[in-house]
Design a protein around this ligand. Structure first.
Ligand SMILES: Cc1cc2nc3c(=O)[nH]c(=O)nc-3n(C[C@H](O)[C@H](O)[C@H](O)COP(=O)(O)OP(=O)(O)OC[C@H]3O[C@@H](n4cnc5c(N)ncnc54)[C@H](O)[C@@H]3O)c2cc1C
Length: 464
């Protein structure tokens, strides 16, 4: 059996980034991915197909009370294929809280700066300007200004969204057909392929065996029908399957007795969507879907932020939990809908478990504090929609977790965390984890830039 320098399991924001830097250093790297390798010209064309083909669970996975839906990608690029690519550094509030929870002293602006800078240099980033606001953004901005709420332009990883063509490619969330969106696939994996990175797809790893001289990973190859058992070995292996994926691989490998914190401290920034009906067209699906967001220090202190989002036609039809004529009536007014959502900075009391067959069982109740934050966010949205002139508002009864964090948290102490400050699984010198599963708690800020920065940090430690 060939023995690689490094195996990386999972090719999303964490794994894809790490593969690029390790491959660039001249190491012999194997990148394994459970999903397929779609390219810009092979992404599914419709929302329904994309939902079935690109996501774990064929679309939405739910918590064990079916109250919160989770979205995560299963393809090369992971969830970075469907993300909005909003790229924010963490502020002092988030970094100080991480330091307090983990005991790690590099969680400071200085400690993270070189890693953020490297990623920012390697991605193509664009900060929106006034001329790029669409109807939805204009309503949000006008209302925030009237109410005295602070807002700001977003920074997104994109380089050519085809604005001159009307930028009507609303399939962007299911794979960018222009290779404009800076997913880990576009920004890192495709580039590393040119430098002979070995990528094996449709391989789901189910067992990780730590040995003194390396790590063996076992799994099954194939998505449909007969699945072939496979086995690989590397001197060092990094799990980057995301909060659910990495935690699941560790639990299925039986490490829970050794690692009491495994599966714990799961958080997800629960999001709740609101619609405001206007008399004029809003056309939130046109031009740039999301160019502004709340930047109000008061909202930040109260643990929520507002996003001026876009809701696609299929998602919108699902978010209206009414029936028949009422549903029809809402959808007829699609072009008149203003959309705003709140994301809650939630407490990390969730737990990721698996049953004997490896099926996920995620426990994620909302705490009193989470509900208080949500209510404050809802009050702010109501004010915005009313001030913007909505004659009717609708609060969706469905909520989603798009930022899956924790389960294999980082920290100095083997009782309360799973990986060391150097991303080593406690007590296992050849096994590492580096993705959103290591987040000590919910930052209340978009996570991907930090996931990539942490991957860059680990690459520098491993290359040394
Ligand atoms: C709709 C949507 C919008 C979002 N918008 C933003 C945004 O604007 N900004 C932002 O910062 N974040 C955003 N996010 C969140 C962001 O995409 C994720 O936080 C980030 O991609 C997580 O990175 P990761 O490496 O931890 O996991 P992922 O990117 O999910 O990658 C994990 C990979 O591991 C693979 N894998 C899992 N288990 C196994 C296994 N057993 N064997 C082999 N492979 C496995 C998966 O298939 C996947 O490809 C969004 C997410 C969604 C769904």
């Amino acid at each position: 059996m060939a023995i690689y320098d490094f195996i990386i399991v999972g090719s999303g924001a964490g794994g894809g980034t790490l593969a690029y830097y390790l491959n660039k250093s001249g190491a012999n790297v194997l990148l394994l991915e459970a999903g397929r390798f779609y390219r810009k010209n092979t992404f599914p064309k419709t929302e329904a197909e994309a939902s079935a083909e690109l996501y774990w669970g064929g679309g939405i996975e739910y918590d064990n009370q079916a109250k919160l839906g989770f979205l995560r990608g299963r393809l090369v690029g992971g969830s970075s294929i469907m993300y909005q690519c909003l790229m924010d550094r963490f502020d002092d509030i988030a970094l100080n809280d991480w330091q307090a929870e983990s005991g790690i002293n590099y969680f400071t602006q200085n400690g993270m700066d070189s890693h953020y800078t490297q990623i920012e240099n390697d991605l193509q980033l664009h900060t929106f300007t006034e001329g790029e606001r669409n109807g939805n953004a204009n309503l949000f901005v006008k209302a925030c200004d009237e109410l005295g709420y602070k807002w700001g332009y977003l920074r997104r990883g994109q380089h050519d969204c085809g604005r001159e063509l009307g930028n009507d490619c609303i399939t962007c969330l299911n794979g960018c057909h222009r290779d404009s969106k800076q997913s880990s696939m576009v920004a890192f994996v495709q580039k590393a392929e040119e430098n002979n990175l070995k990528v094996e797809t449709e391989i789901e790893i189910t067992q990780v065996i730590h040995q003194k001289d390396g790590v063996i990973v076992r799994g099954l190859q194939g998505l449909i029908g007969h699945k072939k058992p496979v086995e690989y070995k590397a001197k060092k292996t990094i799990l980057a399957g995301g909060a659910f994926g990495s935690t699941r691989m560790m639990l299925m490998s039986g490490y829970q007795n050794q690692l009491p914190a495994l599966g714990k401290k799961f958080a997800t920034h629960p999001q709740f969507m609101w619609f405001g009906f206007q008399k004029e067209y809003v056309d939130s699906h046109k031009l740039f879907f999301q160019s502004v967001a709340s930047k109000d220090p008061n909202f930040r202190a109260n643990g929520f932020k507002l996003e001026n989002v876009f809701s696609s036609p299929v998602s919108t039809s699902m978010l209206f939990t009414v029936r028949g004529a009422q549903h029809h009536d809402f959808l007829k007014r699609y072009r008149y809908m203003q959309c705003v959502e709140v994301a809650v900075r939630d407490e990390n009391i969730g737990e990721i478990r698996v049953d004997k067959k490896g099926k996920l069982n995620v426990h994620k109740p909302m705490t009193d504090q989470d509900n208080e934050r949500k209510t404050k966010g809802h009050n702010a949205i109501r004010n915005i929609l009313k001030t913007a002139g909505a004659y009717e508002v609708y609060e969706s009864q469905m909520s989603f977790g798009l930022h899956l964090m924790g389960g294999c948290t980082i920290g100095v102490d083997g009782k309360n965390s799973v990986v060391s400050p150097e991303f080593n699984v406690h007590g296992m010198e050849n096994l590492y984890i580096c993705d959103s599963s290591v987040f000590p708690n919910a930052p209340g800020i978009n996570p991907s830039l930090t996931i990539m920065a942490l991957a860059h940090k680990l690459s520098t430690l491993l290359i040394k």
